[in-house]
Design a protein around this ligand. Structure first.
Ligand SMILES: [Cu+2]
Length: 154
């Protein structure tokens, strides 16, 4: 009972909190809370995160991404290689299953912005174009959170 009440009050808090990051709709896809982690001045790359929900009856794939803030944007996955965590580009794009959702979050799938043209500064936003195999293109704004942020601050 106590935990239910706690969960409910947390939920109320979340609902009441102002949201900085937006939600976007593209066909049957919904993109929630796009954000990026601030980078140190000399960092060559930065990570972008968001959640993609597919309310449609057919799966789709995130096949490409780009941003004016970076030379290249790739969709990466984290994989254990023995005892070492490595990341690499997702082959053939990231599947968004019909009726399902995929989270790009620290420690897992992420957008890797490589060849940054400048540091990502907290409180700013980074425009990114996402390209889906079926749904097409959409421009989203990643809100930049603090250096060590593991999730959006709001
Ligand atoms: Cu990466």
């Amino acid at each position: 009972m106590t935990s239910v009440r706690l969960a409910l009050s947390l939920l109320a808090l979340l609902v009441a909190a102002p949201t900085l990051a937006e939600s976007y709709k593209l066909g049957t896809l919904q993109i929630d809370q796009p954000w990026a982690r601030a980078t140190a001045p000399s960092a060559p790359a930065g990570g972008g995160f968001l959640k993609i929900t597919n309310t449609g009856a057919a799966s789709d794939r995130l096949i490409a991404a780009s941003s004016p803030a970076a030379d290249i944007v790739q969709v990466h996955e984290m994989k254990m290689d023995g005892s070492v965590m490595r990341m690499r580009e997702v082959e053939k794009g990231l599947e968004i299953p019909a009726g399902g959702s995929v989270a790009l979050a620290p420690g897992g799938y992420h957008l890797m912005m490589m060849g940054l043209k400048g540091p990502l500064k907290q409180g700013t936003s980074v425009p990114v174009t996402l390209v889906f195999e079926k749904a097409g293109k959409i421009d989203v704004q990643l809100s930049v959170e603090g250096l060590g942020a593991t999730q959006p601050s709001h």
